[in-house]
Design a protein around this ligand. Structure first.
Ligand code: ACO
Length: 323
């Protein structure tokens, strides 16, 4: 049982859909600009009072059901999120309670923004390979709408809310072949929410805490780093790019996705693209895209997938897996 394998996927999107045309009424933008620059057509937005844990719970229940296990079989919960319900406890602990898991197994959140899911998958892989866990629930869940300045056209058109989840299980056959995690804090100010608890709670309450981004610089670095991590994953597994069946990328911008696909000489029909319907759901975007393509029958058991993500920090990473 030296390997870790994804044995179930699930996802959840809030009911409310916000179309580009509605954003035209809110900020100085057009549907055409958003589509051409990003590929985004619509995104889901959590209802008032609907929290990241609510989204995570629904996605997790679907993944647990797909895995054919009981919630109490889970012996580790990792939630990747930037938009936790509260300062503490973690979403993972709240989720453990919601799922009525009473086995006292560990639960914690990972904060690596849009690369969070790949980070969480890497941690799950390490726990399982070390023999420290057998059934890990890995969730990416976000209510990014809560940290958007809805008057800032540079950012508010890009993001959406949602959750995706996987159950990673100890296995005799390889599933997760490798994960490759990176960060470079020197880029922190290109993409950040500069306010926070420790910098002054009162100021944060008064001014709000919103995403700020230098979009074109983020874009350029994302393309470079994702291209590097793709090479790194192929090299680590001694694989040729032609051996990858599916690219499941972070869904931030269709132009970034296309650049990575070009690097892999992949046509878009081998790339899972959900950005048009979900926008950028940060840590949720990769498991959401994965679940969509598993459930609609595109991705099949036994196929080789390359997952990659890039986000604030900067953080980025890739995972090469056989489903
Ligand atoms: N509608 C209309 N015009 C706009 C909008 C908008 N919503 N937003 C910006 N513009 C304007 C700008 O003001 C600028 O105008 P100017 O030339 O008069 O100054 C013009 O459009 C061009 O702006 P650029 O930033 O150069 O446009 P670009 O082609 O780079 O596209 C975008 C912007 C979509 C943000 C792109 O840079 C991008 O996707 N960046 C990466 C975002 C990303 O990948 N984030 C990933 C991680 S997210 C996370 O971790 C939380």
């Amino acid at each position: 049982m030296n390997y870790a394998r994804i044995v179930g996927t699930g996802s959840y999107l809030p009911a409310r859909v916000l179309e580009n045309s509605e954003l035209e009424q809110m900020v100085d933008t057009t549907d055409q600009w958003i589509r051409e620059r990003t590929g985004i057509e619509r995104r889901h937005i959590a209802a008032e009072g609907e929290t990241t844990c609510d989204l995570a719970e629904s996605a997790a229940r679907h993944a647990i059901e797909a895995a054919g296990i009981e919630a109490n079989d889970i012996d580790l919960i990792i939630v990747a999120t930037t938009t936790a319900d509260c300062v503490f406890p973690s979403v993972a602990c709240l989720l453990q309670q919601r799922l009525k898991i009473t086995n006292a197994s560990p639960a914690f959140d990972v904060q690596a923004v849009c690369a969070g899911f790949v980070y969480a998958l890497g941690i799950a892989n390490t726990f399982i390979k070390a023999g420290s866990a057998r059934n890990v629930l890995v969730v990416g869940a976000e209510t990014f709408s809560r940290i958007l300045n809805w008057k800032d056209r540079n950012t508010c058109v890009l993001f959406g809310d949602g959750a995706g989840a996987v159950v990673v299980q100890a296995s005799e056959t390889p599933g997760i072949h490798s994960t490759h995690l990176h960060a470079d804090g020197r880029y922190a100010e290109l993409l950040h929410v500069p306010q926070g608890i420790s910098r002054g709670y009162t100021e944060m309450q008064e001014q709000g805490a919103f995403v700020e981004m230098r979009g074109s610089e983020v874009f350029r670095t994302a393309v470079t780093k994702l291209s590097e991590v793709v090479d790194e994953a192929l090299l680590a597994n001694n694989l040729d790019k032609s051996e990858i069946d599916w690219l499941v990328p972070h869904q931030a911008n269709l132009r970034i996705i296309k650049a990575t696909a070009r690097k892999l000489s992949m046509t878009l029909d081998k790339v899972v693209v959900t950005v048009q319907d979900h926008g950028n759901t940060s840590a949720a975007s990769i498991p959401l895209a994965l679940d969509v393509a598993v459930r609609d029958g595109r991705i099949k058991a036994g196929e080789k997938l390359l997952l990659e993500g890039f986000g604030g920090g900067f953080t980025w990473g890739g995972a090469l897996i056989t489903l």
